[in-house]
Design a protein around this ligand. Structure first.
Ligand code: HEC
Length: 151
């Protein structure tokens, strides 16, 4: 009887250890990477960024200067949606399985910050602030690419 208790105790300890271990593994598995880095750039980040860049400042056309700033509620909402994607993509890049070191994490954070500025600008329908945020986003893309883009 004595021995049985000792074995039961051992089993409980082993089970607890196994549970503890499994818990750690499960928390890693909360992430399921779907898009590789290139796809994340081409399918998630780039289209959203383009919406912001195409909605800020002005361009010179044959007809003259054309202001790109949104003029309707729907256009502004489209920028809000896209800026939210840019801001959250900073978090996607910082995820386990995507992050590649301290500098990378800094750039990811920078993307979230710049995207958040664009988001706020779009929510406030502030064209000048959106233009500035667009510039800041560009600097972050550039900085990370300078360091991490395969040559
Ligand atoms: C934290 C780092 C990082 C940030 C920030 C970043 N990128 Fe990238 N980007 C990469 C890496 C790494 C690749 C190369 C992916 C590959 O080919 O495996 C890449 C590739 C790309 C590509 C594909 C290039 C090609 O033709 O192969 C595009 C487009 C792109 N990024 C757009 C952007 C834009 C736009 C931004 C800013 C809004 C941005 N990226 C911000 C790391 C980053």
């Amino acid at each position: 009887m004595h021995k049985l208790w000792r074995i039961t105790g051992l089993l409980v300890i082993l089970l607890l250890a196994a549970c503890g271990q499994e818990k750690a593994v499960v928390s890693d598995n909360n992430y399921h990477i779907v898009t590789d880095m290139k796809q994340t750039m081409l399918w998630v980040l780039d289209p959203a960024t383009d919406v912001i860049w195409d909605s800020a400042g002005s361009i010179i056309t044959v007809e003259g200067e054309q202001d790109l700033t949104p003029t309707t509620v729907e256009q502004w909402q489209h920028v809000v949606n896209s800026a939210a994607i840019v801001a959250e993509t900073g978090n996607l890049l910082a995820m386990p399985g995507r992050a590649r070191g301290d500098d990378w994490l800094e750039y990811s954070k920078g993307l979230t910050e710049a995207g958040t500025l664009a988001l706020e600008a779009a929510q406030n329908q502030d064209g000048a602030a959106l233009f500035e945020a667009g510039g800041q986003i560009y600097l972050v893309c550039k900085a990370c690419h300078n360091q991490y883009l395969p040559k």
